[in-house]
Design a protein around this ligand. Structure first.
Ligand code: B12
Length: 211
């Protein structure tokens, strides 16, 4: 399978080409389904670079996220075969924290986790600490992934981690955070267990915790 072609098609926002390659994988090369997730990541990096150089706009970012979600939906059966008996039967809850409506990065992480056979509960955006804790208890999740890009989101992350402590269940869940409001150095201020820059790295950490 030509993964370079797939990465380039994602970067070029060439949806017909992406879907044709994905269809080809499903029909004739199912074992390479997982490998294709790496090509998606590479393609999204091209999208990010073109956005930074003003070649792409916000609508293009949103479209890229949608194409990736649609492609993962088509690949899901093949991915499930690849991860049969390997994916941990535990849940990850994901959301964007209170005050922040940005969800493109969150949706990419969700697509990658989903593609790796993990059950993901997506709470959406702008979720308060109380709502996140309540949902984590109700859904009995093992890992909570928090996303945020606004500087303010870091405060929300701190309050969310505190809310887990106040509810007495901090030791029952692992919390990973990401998004441009935090860095390798600042994430520790939030009290989260881990931080990752890339969604693939984040997915690796979640899977490691769940295994
Ligand atoms: C797209 C966008 C929007 C869209 C959001 C659409 C959507 N559905 O998300 C819209 C137009 C709605 C928007 C609104 C606003 N925005 Co805006 N927006 C952006 C923009 C251009 C891109 C953000 C983005 O999606 N990047 C692409 C994704 C893929 O990157 P990402 O989110 O960082 O995610 C990656 C990683 O961080 C990681 N990741 C993300 N989450 C997680 C979680 C985990 C657990 C892990 C492991 C990894 C991970 O994975 C992703 C892939 O690599 C940025 C500027 C920029 N260049 O970043 C401004 C920006 C973030 N916005 C900004 C602002 C100020 C706003 C507004 C307040 C504007 C306004 N005055 O109304 C509102 C905020 C509304 C709100 N309350 O949230 C500022 C934030 C400043 C700050 N530091 O606080 C920025 C930086 C622009 C700027 N330079 O001023 N915005």
């Amino acid at each position: 399978m030509d993964f370079e072609r797939l990465a380039q098609a994602v970067g070029d926002l060439n949806e017909p080409e992406v879907m044709a390659i994905v269809q080809e994988i499903v029909e004739s090369d199912r074992s390479s389904a997982y490998e294709s997730l790496k090509a998606f990541q590479k393609g999204m990096e091209i999208v990010g670079e073109r956005f930074d150089s003003c070649e792409y706009f916000v609508g293009d970012l949103i479209f890229a996220g949608e194409v990736m979600t649609r492609a993962v939906n088509i690949l899901r059966p093949a991915l499930q075969e690849a991860f049969a008996n390997k994916a941990p039967k535990k849940k990850v809850m994901i959301c964007t924290v209170e005050g922040d409506l940005h969800d493109i990065g969150k949706n990419i992480l969700k697509a990658i986790l989903d593609g790796r056979g993990i059950e993901v509960i997506d709470l959406g955006v702008n979720k308060s600490p109380a709502v996140i804790v309540e949902a984590a208890i109700a859904e009995d999740v093992d890992v909570v992934a928090l996303s945020g890009v606004l500087t303010y989101a870091r405060e929300s992350m701190i309050r969310t981690v505190e809310a887990f402590e106040n509810a007495g269940i901090r030791n029952k869940v692992k919390i990973i955070i990401g998004g441009s409001c935090v860095t390798k150095d600042t994430y520790k201020l939030t009290g989260a267990d881990a931080w990752a820059e890339s969604p693939r790295e984040g997915a690796d950490i979640c899977i490691d915790w769940l295994s």
